[in-house]
Design a protein around this ligand. Structure first.
Ligand code: ADP
Ligand code: ZN
Length: 722
């Protein structure tokens, strides 16, 4: 028989790692690659990790920090990120601190003092601070178990987020040759990756490349007609959710936020042109769930760890796949289903081409734009395209993109294409898409009349299609290589050789079915509150409780002045809402409830669930365990057990059993009112004499039926906890 080698994951250090995962973070299992990475780190190897945003990189150095002697030093580029991570660690009962230029000398001295007494497990530090002679000498006094370099791509000028301070980290290995280095990043192409390894002087590093797939993110691309209508509808169908709309320009963010506000949607703008204070305030409100929706330029999101961003919209097409992936990656870090939507129109393409050409790196930028465009125009699973761009292969269609959900249907577009081509040729290819559509639809615009296009043979032959439909037809014609945009000639459309072929040989052109939703109907739909999908009663209860738990979270967060998602993630609250734990033990089983959070917040959230369950059970809802709570509710109202039994139509022994069970699980019961000290003593004597029987019956009989079942059960419960 083959011996199955169960990795070293059964080893002692890995057991300690798994214990720490549950104890501090409340998670039962590692995410893909986390265990392997931690194992390599604990083996004192230099390690490089490429993992997408939300993949769970932090745990990879936080767990080793917790299970080893000494302190882990984490290099992080952004002050806001450091603060966030330290707060999150502290909420989990981990002793961590940060050092950076935003602190006063006194604050820095405090951190140094904590280090001196061995209090810290993790120290976050900015790169420039770390490499100063003072800090290096100071750190040498301590046992450092690991240097974790977060956002390691910042070291490479090839990467898209180069930070000169990071290059100073090159000397780290010289100063601390014995300390392993863990470099982590979410964005690194092959060149950047090599650069990181070299610059950090990693010694024979173990490289981990996680899958870039984020299956919880849905991918949708829509033709951009009536962008505002689409966005408004999208937001209205997702009440109480937090999201980001990325716009191309500063002005665009402001306009959109204003228009949304006018529709009663709490949105605010964020862009680099705002003064620092106003910007920080908007960011803070977003993080604290006070302003759920931000219309932003791509400057927004970097350095925000908020795990419950439920959706991301691109109001315009981004200029490359790297940016797009990073931006949509800000949704759903907690792993819950989250939606992304990209609006794409010909105008985006024309504008982005101009930007690219002016960028000074025209060739590469245009190439990148081309890849982005292929993605936006794809008729096959979008996730396949996205992942293949990053070197990942997805074997099966994802089922969570618009193409998978609505595979394209085709219609015979031959006649439409012929009309368009013929009109185009009759203008001597001197028009762009807008004017061509006007000609086809027989519009009477000034430009058209001035140029005399109303007299050509194909004027008005295309009235059967709306403007929006013609836009889609022309876009498809461009995608199919039938016409092309002459960027060097006023962006006029030109018929390609292939297009001429089609005209002459009368070849058939299948086109993807056109979106029927025109601006008018979309506007009407957006005005109405969309109908809710039918949901089961159990789901409704879960949703209602989820909202109550979010409110509770907000109150707790305000009181402690930490972001709500640091208290508990959406994923954790969702699991609570669904499982409705009524006991401490059940609460501890919820993913994300570690020991510290159980102590600090557990009871409060249990209280919300218990109250909710009692209320709903009284109205007849069936919730597991609610019968205990209905008994407890009457008990708390001061009713004698006999009366509770009558009201609930249960026998009194059962009532006693309910209360005994709740008592054993941490509920308050006032025993002296229920069982006298003499009765208690008699029960315990018999219980012990009979060798602690499970059932109450032998005790009842040994006591000659003189003490009721309810008292026996309560007395035994009390004894057990003494
Ligand atoms: P990254 O730094 O890679 O973007 P994070 O470390 O911030 O990702 O983790 C993203 C989210 O996933 C966090 O909310 C984190 O608590 C959660 N998470 C990480 N590891 C696990 C795990 N093993 N089980 C459940 N949730 C996890
Ligand atoms: Zn797909």
């Amino acid at each position: 028989m083959a011996v199955i080698c169960k990795a070293q994951s059964d080893s002692k250090p890995m057991n300690a790692a798994a214990t720490a995962l549950k104890q501090y973070f409340g998670y039962d299992t590692f995410r893909p690659l986390q265990a392997e990475i931690i194992e390599a780190v604990l083996a004192k190897k230099d390690v490089f990790v490429l993992m997408p945003t939300g993949g769970g990189k932090s745990i990879c150095f936080q767990i080793p920090a917790l299970v080893q002697d000494g302190v882990c030093v984490v290099v992080s580029p952004l002050i806001a990120l450091m603060k966030d991570q330290v707060e999150a660690l502290q909420a989990n009962g981990v002793s961590a601190a940060y050092l950076n230029s935003s602190q006063t000398t006194a604050e820095q001295r405090n951190v140094e003092a904590d280090m001196s007494v061995g209090k810290l497990k993790l120290l976050y530090i900015s790169p420039e601070k770390l490499v100063s002679n003072y800090t290096i000498a100071w750190l040498k006094k301590f046992t450092i178990n690991l240097f974790a370099i977060d956002e390691a791509h910042c070291i490479s000028s090839w990467g898209h987020d180069f930070r000169p301070e990071y290059t100073q980290l090159r000397t780290l290995k010289e100063s601390f040759p014995q300390v392993p280095i863990l470099a982590l990043t979410a964005t690194a192409d092959k060149v950047t990756r090599k650069d990181i390894l070299e610059q950090l002087n990693l010694h024979n590093p173990t490289v981990f490349v996680a899958s870039f797939d984020r299956p919880n993110l849905s991918l949708t691309v829509k033709p951009a007609q009536d962008r505002f209508g689409i966005v408004h509808y999208f937001i209205k169908t997702r009440p109480n959710q937090s999201g980001i709309v990325y716009c191309l320009s500063r002005k665009g963010t402001e306009n959109l936020a204003e228009k949304l506000q006018a529709k009663g949607i709490p949105a605010k703008a964020y862009h680099a042109g705002m003064d620092a204070k106003a910007r920080a305030a908007v960011q803070e409100e977003f993080i604290n769930d006070e302003t759920p929706i931000i219309c932003a330029t791509i400057a927004f999101g970097m350095g925000i760890d908020k795990s419950n961003v439920r959706w991301v919209i691109h109001y315009n097409m981004p200029k490359n796949m790297e940016g797009y992936y990073q931006e949509i990656g800000r949704a759903g870090r907690d792993g819950l289903p989250s939606d992304t939507l990209l609006l794409y129109g010909l105008d985006d393409l024309i504008m982005l081409r101009e930007f690219a050409q002016q960028s000074g790196q025209a060739e590469i930028q245009l190439e990148k734009l081309g890849r982005m465009r292929q993605y936006a125009e794809a008729k096959i699973c979008r996730r396949k395209i996205l992942l293949s761009y990053f070197g990942d292969i997805l074997e099966q269609d994802c089922g969570n993109c618009d193409v998978c959900k609505n595979p394209p249907k085709y219609f015979d577009g031959t006649v439409a294409i012929q009309k368009a081509l013929s009109a185009l040729l009759r203008t001597e290819e001197k028009v762009g898409s807008g004017l061509l559509i006007d000609i086809l639809r027989g519009a009477r615009t000034q430009e058209l009349l001035e140029k005399g296009y109303d007299s050509i043979k194909t004027y008005g032959v295309g009235r059967e299609f709306s403007v929006f439909e013609w836009q889609q037809i022309i876009l498809q014609a461009i995608q199919l290589g039938i016409v092309e945009i002459a960027y060097d000639d006023h962006k006029h459309l030109k018929v390609t050789t292939f297009g001429k072929d089609i005209l002459q040989q009368k070849r058939n052109v299948p086109l993807v079915q056109l979106e029927q939703f025109n601006a008018e109907t979309r506007k009407k739909t957006a005005e109405q509150t969309p109908k809710e999908k039918p949901v089961s009663e159990a789901e409704l209860l879960t949703q209602e409780l989820f909202e109550l738990l979010k409110e509770k979270r907000k109150r707790v967060a305000e009181e402690l002045k930490i972001p709500p998602y640091v208290v508990f993630s959406d994923a954790t609250l969702q699991e609570m809402a669904q499982k409705k734990p009524l006991l401490v033990a059940a609460m501890q089983n919820i993913s994300g409830v570690g020991e510290a959070k159980m102590d600090k917040f557990g009871k409060g959230f249990l209280g919300v669930i218990v109250k909710f369950t009692i209320e709903k059970a009284k109205q007849g809802a069936k919730i597991t365990g609610s019968t205990y709570l209905l008994t407890y509710d009457l008990y708390q109202q001061g009713k004698p057990l006999e009366e509770i039994a009558m009201t609930r139509n249960l026998n009194i022994g059962t009532i006693g059993q309910h209360l005994a069970y709740l008592y054993e699980n941490g509920y308050k019961i006032n025993f002296d009112d229920l069982v006298s000290p003499q009765e208690f003593q008699r029960v315990v004597d018999v219980y012990l004499a009979l060798n602690k029987p499970e059932a109450a019956k032998p005790i009842f009989e040994a006591l000659n039926s003189e003490i009721g079942y309810e008292k026996i059960r309560l007395a035994v419960a009390k004894y057990k906890l003494m």
